[in-house]
Design a protein around this ligand. Structure first.
Ligand code: ADP
Ligand code: GN1
Ligand code: MG
Length: 356
């Protein structure tokens, strides 16, 4: 049992503590008490989130805001206070812990049916729509320049120059692929700076496993993992879901022959997201395929950067894990390029069908 749970005002006495979920960043446990109550206990990753207290201010402000807007109380995270009234506990080693209610739902690593994926689109689209009027100035930037793709290239080129693990030589092909796309990587950012795309309050980590589905109805229940809610582009939220959920293979599939974009799932997600987020502008809608393509490229760059730097950021299960992940992302980008006309046509068709 993790001792930290004792500092939170939970119902009953904790009797079970299990490592839980497949997040790449935090340390997540599921706690059960003798009254049958279930909670999530998390240790915040301080290597990634340098200022956990500001992070918890963001997460509690956003959850509070959402709680007033959802019809089902299970649809907004419910954090449990610790001794002292704060929503975190700092232990003697300086580690930060938090606890929230585990509601009767489940998360998927891959959609079992297109309906599951559609539901995740509804969850994230609705999340975006609800945060339309969230006061962005209240938010701390929990990871500065998180989805600044141009800056991700700067960090990548730094890692390449330093080549601290002597790995660059073995990934020349991947480096070539990334560098050939440096110009287009900044496309959405340039549009944002030119005022052509709105800056919104976005989730910034919209993987399928960051959505909870209802165990009984399999409908979208709650958006999880609010650590990266910050001002950003809705296109990246949409794109990150496509990258993870509309791929024909897992994010770390070693057999690249299996990796590609499933256009049926692409259409499914696009329909759900556009339906749930009607405030999207014409420019946002037109650029949706670019959101998918650029965020996938960005993550390929991030995984490869971490590989070059000796795997310091993402949790890995084996030595080449980040390289495998980088390769799947780059393969997915290549497949999107091949299917580009179809992706653009799908977005146009969905937009038209929703206008009717
Ligand atoms: P990380 O930043 O490490 O991804 P998350 O907050 O996303 O941390 O939690 C990790 C995983 O734990 C999620 O992807 C999800 O599968 C699972 N999880 C977290 N909270 C819940 C919950 N309330 N109910 C069910 N599963 C959860
Ligand atoms: C991380 O925390 P998790 O596992 O939901 C990462 C995302 C990546 C994702 C790739 C804070 O997400 O940006 O897209 O891994 N989160 C952070 O799987 O860096
Ligand atoms: Mg997560």
């Amino acid at each position: 049992m993790q001792k930290a749970i004792n500092y939170f005002h939970v119902e009953g006495t904790p009797v079970e503590c299990k490592v839980f979920g497949h997040g790449h960043i935090n340390y997540t446990y599921k706690i059960t008490t003798d009254t049958g109550h279930e909670y999530i206990l998390q240790r915040i990753n301080k290597n990634v989130f340098k200022d956990p207290e500001s992070l918890m201010e963001n997460v509690s402000a956003v959850s509070e805001f959402l709680r007033k807007r959802v019809s089902d109380p299970r649809s907004a995270l419910h954090f449990i206070p610790a001794d002292g009234g704060k929503f975190y506990h700092k232990d003697s080693r300086g580690e930060y812990w938090r606890v929230y209610e585990f509601v009767g739902g489940f998360c998927l690593e891959a959609a079992e049916t297109p309906e599951d994926f559609y539901e995740s689109a509804i969850a994230f689209g609705h999340f975006q729509e609800m945060l339309r009027d969230f006061p962005a100035e209240k938010l701390h930037e929990t990871i500065p320049e998180f989805h600044n793709t141009v800056n991700r290239y700067v960090l990548f080129e730094d890692a390449l120059e330093q080549d601290m693990c002597n790995r660059a030589k073995s990934v020349e092909q991947e480096i070539g692929f990334i560098m050939a796309r440096k110009g287009e990587a900044g496309l959405l950012q340039r549009m944002r700076e030119a005022g052509e795309l709105p800056l919104r309050v976005t989730h910034n980590d919209t993987k399928l496993n960051n959505v909870l589905l209802d165990s009984d109805t399999r409908k979208a229940l709650c958006v999880l993992d609010l650590d990266t809610v910050m001002p950003g582009l809705s296109l990246y939220d949409y794109g990150d879901s496509i990258r993870f959920g509309a791929s024909t293979a897992a994010e770390d599939e070693p057999d690249l022959g299996k990796v590609g974009i499933d256009l049926d799932l692409y259409r499914t997600y696009t329909e759900g997201y556009m339906r749930a987020c009607p405030s999207m502008t014409e420019a946002e809608i037109r650029m949706l395929p670019w959101g998918a393509r650029i965020i996938t490229l960005e993550l390929g760059v991030r995984f490869l950067t971490d590989y070059l730097e000796g795997d310091q950021y993402f949790k890995t299960a084996y030595p080449e894990h980040n390289l495998v992940r980088a390769r799947t992302q780059l393969r997915l980008v290549a497949d999107m390029e091949d299917k580009w006309d179809e992706m653009e046509a799908i977005v146009r068709e969905v937009a038209q069908s929703l206008q009717q």
